[in-house]
Design a protein around this ligand. Structure first.
Ligand SMILES: C[S@@+](CC[C@H](N)C(=O)[O-])C[C@H]1O[C@@H](n2cnc3c(N)ncnc32)[C@H](O)[C@@H]1O
Length: 258
């Protein structure tokens, strides 16, 4: 895989640890910042990792964007699933290359991007969303991350049912996940993974109850707290402020009925 910046690629311009900019390498364009502008033509054909000067002589580094950069810089219509939660969703459910995953709701498409990234190169994410205006924005975010071919977004209410069968995982981030549990059971292959993200304990409890009533096993709810560390020589310590709460993650596996 080439490490050169080609026309149409995305580049993360790094100024310092607090300031980064996701820009598209489009010929003839300038990218304006408060530190002057960058000529995009100067980026094209350079290697990722190289530095570039703005017209005022300020140095930026051209980094290759990660999945996280695309997700955190997405145009947001809803609250998004943060990378710390998306990472647990993917790893604890065993989602991987070639998997078929059903997701609801799509929202901004941040979790859709993470799921699509991991089912590549021959898997698919079917994502249900009731709001057509959200779908347009989510599609833009998924396309920008280069993941559109692994995603199909459906303008459907998942409470009315899931079309897909024999899927590897059902992943929910919506207000009433417990109402989807019977549909998830019908859609999943035996041993398949159910995951639900909910901001409140009340939602998690209702979901766990529904899972136990519907022949799911290995039901567990967890919360992930992430604390950043300021690493300065002689002054290394945790940051004072943190995002103390995003949501509870409930995991379960489908068992066959006796
Ligand atoms: C918090 S957002 C999801 C954010 C998403 N995980 C992300 O990372 O961008 C919840 C979404 O679920 C959608 N939703 C709620 N109920 C739904 C349902 N019954 N079927 C499909 N989508 C639903 C909402 O319209 C909203 O867009």
């Amino acid at each position: 895989m080439t490490n050169r910046i080609r026309e149409g690629d995305y580049v993360l311009l790094y100024l310092d640890d607090k300031r980064t900019y996701l820009v598209k390498a489009e010929k003839g364009k300038n990218f304006h910042t408060h530190k002057g502008f960058i000529r995009i033509d100067d980026l094209i054909d350079n290697e990722y990792g190289s530095s570039i000067l703005s017209n005022t002589g300020v140095k930026f580094i051209a980094l290759k964007p990660t999945l996280c950069d695309y997700v955190l810089k997405s145009v947001r219509k809803t609250q998004i699933t943060y990378p710390k939660d998306a990472a647990l969703i993917v790893t604890l459910s065993g989602i991987g290359p070639g998997n078929t995953v059903v997701e609801a709701g799509t929202g901004t498409g941040a979790l859709t991007c993470a799921l699509a990234y991991y089912v590549r190169p021959n898997g698919k994410v079917y994502s249900y969303e009731v709001r057509s205006d959200f779908i347009e924005v989510a599609l833009k975010n998924v396309r920008r991350a280069g993941l559109a071919e692994y995603v199909e977004i459906k303008n459907k209410d998942v409470i009315e049912g899931i079309d897909e069968r024999e899927v590897d995982a059902v992943v929910l981030d919506m207000a009433t996940p417990w109402l989807v549990v019977p549909h998830a059971y019908a859609s999943l292959k035996p041993s398949g993974a159910f995951v639900s993200f909910s901001p409140t304990v009340d939602q998690a409890v209702k979901t766990v109850e529904a899972l136990r009533e519907n022949c799911f096993v290995r039901v567990e709810t967890i919360e992930c707290l992430l604390r950043r560390i300021i690493t300065e020589p002689g002054r290394t310590r945790p940051e004072t402020l943190m995002t103390a709460h995003t949501g509870y993650l409930t995991f379960a596996r489908k068992a066959l009925k006796a």
